[in-house]
Write a protein that binds this ligand. Structure first.
Ligand SMILES: [Fe+2]
Ligand SMILES: [Fe+2]
Length: 481
């Protein structure tokens, strides 16, 4: 009894915690709180039902189907567990898509629809564009395994389903334009055609080559195209996932919030563009999401809208802080993080971009005013000058944090040179590392080294520094390209 009680309290604890998470007002605009165990049970039942419906409801078949479903479930979760950037919505979507495609296949078979009409490519495409390539790869294998069981261990249908899934993730790698959805359908068609041809040449094709080998691939790829173009935005919205297409939309300078930033805080707007250039290049160098880093950088300081004159990059004449106490100045400066999250959430900006606003200062101290207070002999409570955090949780947010600081520091260097920029970049990065600001994100020392090199190279080109190969500013050979 105690065990049952602790099982249920464990299951529902996760649910309650997820429901407690603060989020925007729209219930659909948050990670869907679905605990792990009920989802696992739902997937297990889905797979079991599909197999039992095919093999029959006799005890030995049910036991066999149950064992297969357990092995399959274990494989599915161990494959998905290794994916770093999964959240509850992504796990739920992956589970539902896989179970739905299995049930649809079972239904199609019961209606005697040809086995060459596979549903795997549509499911895999959706997961590739909304979850991740790795999860989509796993789904191609997992769905094909069950499909072959539904067709009583037929290798032909396993091969066609798996190759169709591979076609769905092979080209293009990312959906950025609408034409990419068409290219994706074309890739599925070519892969399915090749699979059918290979089976026919090997004498393993059991169907008619014209009807099943050409017509079926064409209809499957056309159906996938229609499915993705019609339902992609719906899935994105319901599951609160941000695709590349959505990121491109958010990165458009006609977005009302970016326009407002440009008009009300032109200095901050320019600074954000520089941070975006640095962050994009650094993210690309360590193979993380450079588009997300760029868009996150555009929005990181939107909280300065409305109080632009309190920030140095927007001060054309006079410094408003001269008449303020350091504590008051710090209060205004610190508030731009909270204010930014509020403004961006109200403007409908996605959660993954709000993270950049919330995390771009981590728990650092507003040093300038902290020292000013110390010099003037006032009360010197560190907590008053400290950003509330949280610390960066992803490599992309960590990069924007570093790029933000590096850009601001290098702008104030007098007579910038290669050595001065390189020293500044390394001092700043080392300081963030040493003070533990990078402790909660999965960044490696190798990543940090590469990010520092890319920042230096990019800043040198931004500041139009001519490298003096004969003098003290001579860089090492690997920096000369
Ligand atoms: Fe900031
Ligand atoms: Fe900034």
């Amino acid at each position: 009894m105690v065990r049952i009680k602790s099982f249920f309290s464990h299951v529902f604890k996760g649910w309650a915690e997820a429901l407690d998470k603060p989020s925007k007002s729209n219930i659909l605009k948050k990670d869907i709180p679905f605990p792990f165990w009920p989802l696992a049970a739902l997937i297990f039942l889905g797979v079991l039902t599909a197999l039992a419906a095919e093999f029959g409801f006799e005890e030995n078949f049910i036991a066999g189907a149950g064992l297969f479903a357990l092995i399959w479930l274990y494989t599915a979760f161990s494959l998905i567990k290794s994916e770093k950037e999964m959240n509850p919505s992504k796990i739920l979507l992956s589970g539902l898509v896989i179970v739905s495609s299995v049930l649809v296949t079972q239904f199609a078979k019961s209606r005697e629809i040809s086995m060459y009409f596979v549903f795997t490519p549509a499911a895999v495409s959706l997961l590739n564009f909304l979850v991740s390539r790795r999860v989509a790869e796993s789904a191609a294998l997992l769905i094909s395994l069950i499909v072959s069981f539904i067709y009583l261990g037929n290798f032909e249908v396993f091969f066609i389903s798996f190759v169709g899934g591979l076609g769905a993730i092979s080209f293009p790698r990312r959906i950025i334009k609408r034409s990419d959805i068409f290219l994706n359908a074309l890739s599925i068609f070519v892969f399915l055609l090749a699979a059918n041809l290979a089976l026919a040449l090997l004498g393993l094709h059991g169907g008619n080559l014209i009807y099943d080998g050409i017509r079926a691939p064409f209809l499957v790829s056309a159906a996938t195209f229609i499915f993705i173009i019609s339902f992609f935005p719906l899935f994105e919205w319901v599951f609160n996932l941000t695709s590349d297409v959505r990121l491109i939309e958010l990165g458009d300078f006609n977005h009302p919030l970016l326009k407002k930033l440009m008009i009300e805080a032109p200095g901050t707007y320019h600074h954000s563009l520089m941070v975006a250039a640095l962050a994009e290049a650094a993210a690309a160098s360590i193979k993380c999401n450079s588009l997300l880093a760029r868009v996150g950088a555009y929005y990181h300081d939107v909280g300065k809208i409305g109080k632009a004159q309190y920030f140095i990059e927007n001060q054309l004449e006079g410094n408003v802080h001269e008449t303020l106490k350091p504590e008051m100045s710090a209060l205004v400066i610190l508030s731009h993080v909270k204010e930014g999250v509020k403004l961006a959430a109200e403007a409908g900006v996605d959660d993954c971009v709000l993270d950049f606003i919330a995390q771009h200062h981590g728990t650092t101290i507003v040093q300038y005013f902290f020292r000013k207070a110390a010099v003037s002999g006032g009360a010197n409570d560190e907590a008053v000058y400290r950003y509330p955090g949280p610390l960066p949780q992803t490599r992309e947010t960590a990069i924007v944090m570093l790029a933000d600081s590096v850009e601001a520091a290098c702008r104030s260097i007098e007579d910038p040179s290669f050595e001065k920029i390189k020293d500044t970049v390394h001092k700043i990065i080392n300081n963030y590392f040493a003070t533990g600001q990078l402790n909660e994100c999965p960044i490696t020392l190798e990543n940090i080294q590469k990010i520092g090199d890319v920042f230096t190279k990019t800043l040198i080109s931004i500041h139009h520094i001519r490298l003096d190969y004969s003098g003290a500013d001579k860089p090492s050979a690997d920096k000369q390209q």
